[in-house]
Design a protein around this ligand. Sequence first.
Ligand SMILES: Nc1ncnc2c1ncn2[C@@H]1O[C@H](COP(=O)(O)OP(=O)(O)O)[C@@H](O)[C@H]1O
Ligand SMILES: [Mg+2]
Length: 347
Amino acid sequence: MNQAHLSIRGIRKTFGSFTALDSISLDVRKNEFVCLLGPSGCGKTTLLRIIAGLEHPDTGAISAGGKDITALPPAQRNFGMVFQSYALFPNMTAAQNIAFGLKSRRLGKRDIAEKVRESLDLVDLWEMRDKYPSQLSGGQQQRIALARAVALSPDFLLLDEPLSALDAKVRHKLRGEIRALQEKIGVTTIMVTHDQEEALTMADRIVVMNNAEVAQIGTPREVYERPASPFVADFIGAINFLDGAELQERGLRGAGMMAVRPEHIGAEEPGSRGGIPAVVRGIEFRGPFYHVMLDVLDSSGEPLGRPMTIHVSAQHYQQLGLEKNKKLSLRLPEERLIAFEPQAAAK
Ligand SMILES: Nc1ncnc2c1ncn2[C@@H]1O[C@H](COP(=O)(O)OP(=O)(O)O)[C@@H](O)[C@H]1O
Ligand SMILES: [Mg+2]
């Protein structure tokens, strides 16, 4: 079934004269993991809060499972929520934190105990049940918060930057754990993040937002390989923008504004036919590859003041003997050139 589990239609939200969301429409399928991705202030949290019922839209409608829930209070929408700050009750143990929400559901003592055990097992923290939040690491606290959210068997899991406060190692590990848990219990999930790598690694589909609007909706590969606008191309991954007319002069297909990812540009010794001459301006070691900044040269070998970045493997780096001021010939494979619709190119 492809029927939208959650359907968001024409949502608009203003705070005074400020427009935080402008005609947002979006369908989320059952059991899908969707990421709202965009720069700080673009409206991600506001949209999540509207989905949760914590904020009311000026216009627009939200339906869940075919039922209009736009006017429903939060308590009558069955969602679990996890925030950036772990938001656990500091005076309650891990188990008590999870039991708290269940008590308000008027479950019996035995049912509660069972649910607590089940959800602690799910995040592999049963042995930490009697610890207070201050006795747990950030990653453990966030897993408890997650257990608390899923203990209520929510229809939707809403996550607002749940990994942002954690250090890199824990963050990377929890990405996989959250995704595995989501698949295991099969819960439709919407996660807010400003971290493109997080969205690319975790989401089934990414909703890229910018300035209160949806810039693009697509799978991670779609938004990376076929960005709908220069904004999306630039926000997700590294990119070089190119002038289509200039590409045409160099014998390539080109019109308007175009773009190419640094990892798709080839580098050879200078003078090879059909290549674009450039000179190395700076080199950053990135571990698996080198991020090399260049300046394109004109036909007489003069720098054009036009920066380009390419990614070069460690092996190729050695072969080329790359260093500052070295001249190279760049190759742009035509099939890797990204073109934009004229109206999108303005964004
Ligand atoms: N309650 C509010 N009152 C006034 N402005 C708000 C309120 N909530 C959010 N905003 C503004 O709306 C914009 C979007 O906020 P938010 O949804 O939190 O962005 P994001 O989560 O993408 O960083 C921001 O400019 C923010 O200052
Ligand atoms: Mg936010």
